[in-house]
Design a protein around this ligand. Structure first.
Ligand SMILES: [Zn+2]
Length: 187
């Protein structure tokens, strides 16, 4: 069934109609760096390197009503673990974004715009052929929390908090600072 080589489907100009007609499926573990807008959400100092977006798309053709042409559907599932800047302490907070949606595809953008208003499902255009990654990225971006925040922030890094740490008795943080330890040994 999915014995076809992956190269048959071009994710950048995706032929949803042909994909749905054969009920094909694509599964990928794609570098986050390929998704510019998602990668831009990473806090300063956090690299996209080694991070991936996992996605799966499944095409499906459904019988049309009363002899109409079959309708073309695409099931899109995607997931990414994205550290976001916590809006309280600014440290990265691990956030999972996940999407699981069906889209119906129609001939062109005008039809899609007209039918989208009256449809429960999202309606998209077959032509021009969409970029799968753009579609996946659009959907994941919509899942971004408006205010990313730790449930409980880790040791805060603000100057005020450092004072609090310094005020703790030394036994509370033993051997944390090798230079302090060295200075003690030199005495
Ligand atoms: Zn925080």
């Amino acid at each position: 069934m999915s014995a076809e080589p992956k190269s048959r489907w071009n994710p950048d100009r995706f032929d949803v109609r042909a994909f749905a007609q054969v009920g094909a499926q694509l599964i990928a573990d794609d570098a986050l760096a390929r998704f510019d807008r998602l990668a831009a959400e990473l806090p300063a100092g956090v690299s996209a390197e080694g991070r991936t977006v996992q996605w799966r798309v499944q095409g499906e053709q459904r019988p049309g009503a009363r002899g109409a042409e079959p309708s073309i559907w695409l099931h899109v599932q995607a997931q990414v673990d994205l550290p976001l800047a916590c809006q309280r302490c600014l440290a990265p907070v691990d956030t999972q974004l996940a999407v699981d949606r069906w889209f119906r595809f129609v001939a062109d953008e005008d039809t899609a715009a007209a039918e989208d208003e009256d449809s429960e499902e999202d309606v998209l255009a077959l032509e021009p052929r969409p970029s799968l990654r753009d579609l996946i990225e659009d959907e994941l971006l919509m899942e971004l929390p408006p205010v990313p925040m730790h449930e409980v922030c880790p040791e805060p890094l603000q100057p005020g908090a450092e004072t609090a740490t310094a005020a703790e008795p030394p036994e509370a943080a033993p051997r944390r600072n090798p230079f302090a330890e060295l200075a003690r040994l030199k005495k």
